[in-house]
Design a protein around this ligand. Structure first.
Ligand code: NAI
Ligand code: 15L
Length: 273
């Protein structure tokens, strides 16, 4: 990534979360100032960073607060929200209202680029034996996956109506290492995630692009040719973890973790009582 690809002020939502913690420092390569936001406490601004940091607490469900949060920002990396399957009412506030508030604020404050943390759970009901690309119809595997599907549609609408460009990252499993056999296919290393975020921020004319966020894993399920213009070239692979992962017992053939791309998420709920 060329050093002259920078914005002045970059907003990172979900900054107190797992990926927010990882990207907090790395986004300094892409911005003069990184504005960090979350509903949860964020450790104080650091002074040894490549970019200056601003901390602005915010509940994404609060439209006025999100409007103030976005004011003065040049681009948004939107990671904030509920990141697992939960009752619909929780997802509604943080993810569905939250993504609407982000785009409305982007429109009002003339932000032209959003990077949206979507998820593989938008297509979680495909089987692990299937290979799909970004044009495959979505098959959300729960309320969480539905909210990410809604977010992708929100991004599409705000591009068509207002010209705000988005790259929706359908992230697989971004952790230090794959935790199980399914993640051997879905794993996204932090370095590859960082590359993707850089491409998503600075590739011109992306309109609304959907890209699968996975490293160069041997048994890949996702074909990224529809996002070839991003020039994403994953440098890591889950292969070096294979022996360690496969030394643990395999799930039964009837276990959703062994059947569906979304794994265990496909079997959660209902959330009654
Ligand atoms: P995380 O759960 O660690 O972080 C999400 C953050 O959002 C949390 O710090 C939480 O406090 C914040 N948040 C929740 N509700 C909020 C609200 N109403 N207002 C403001 N902030 C709120 O999740 P993680 O792993 O860091 O993921 C980041 C994003 O990437 C999420 O949107 C997640 O859905 C998405 N993603 C992550 C994957 C992964 O493998 N880590 C895979 C696919 C998608
Ligand atoms: C996600 O969307 C979640 O945010 C993350 O915690 C993992 O569960 C990941 O998907 C996954 O599918 O492994």
């Amino acid at each position: 990534m060329s050093q002259n690809l920078r914005v002045h002020r970059l907003l990172l939502t979900g900054a107190a979360g797992g990926l927010g913690f990882v990207l907090r420092e790395r986004l300094g390569a892409f911005a003069d100032i990184v504005r960090l936001s979350d509903i949860a406490p964020i450790p104080p601004a650091a002074t040894d960073r490549q970019a200056a940091e601003e901390i602005v607490p915010c509940n994404l469900a609060d439209k006025a607060a999100v409007d103030a949060l976005v004011q003065g920002c040049d681009a948004i990396v939107h990671l904030g929200g509920v990141s697992v399957e939960r009752p619909f009412e929780e997802i509604l506030e943080a993810n569905i209202k939250g993504v609407f508030h982000i785009y409305e604020a982007a429109r009002r404050h003339n932000v032209r680029r959003v990077v949206f943390a979507s998820s593989n759970h938008v297509i979680g009901f495909y089987r692990q034996t299937e290979r799909i690309d970004a044009n495959a119809r979505r098959r959300p595997d729960g309320y969480y996956g539905l909210s990410k599907s809604f977010g992708e549609d929100m991004a599409s609408f705000y591009f068509d109506r207002y010209g705000i460009e988005t790259v929706s990252l359908r992230i697989g499993s971004s952790f230090p290492e794959p935790k199980d056999r399914r993640m051997m296919s879905t794993w996204l290393s932090y370095d590859d995630l960082t590359q993707l975020v850089g491409k998503a921020l600075f590739t011109p004319n992306v309109g609304h692009t959907v890209v699968f966020g996975a490293s160069d894993n041997r048994d890949a399920w996702w074909d990224n040719h529809a996002a070839a213009h991003l020039g994403y070239r994953p440098q890591d692979s889950s292969e070096r973890f294979r022996a360690q992962v496969e030394s643990r017992p395999a799930p039964a053939a009837t276990d959703p973790a062994a059947i569906y791309q979304g794994g265990a998420f496909t079997a959660q709920g209902p959330f009654e009582g």
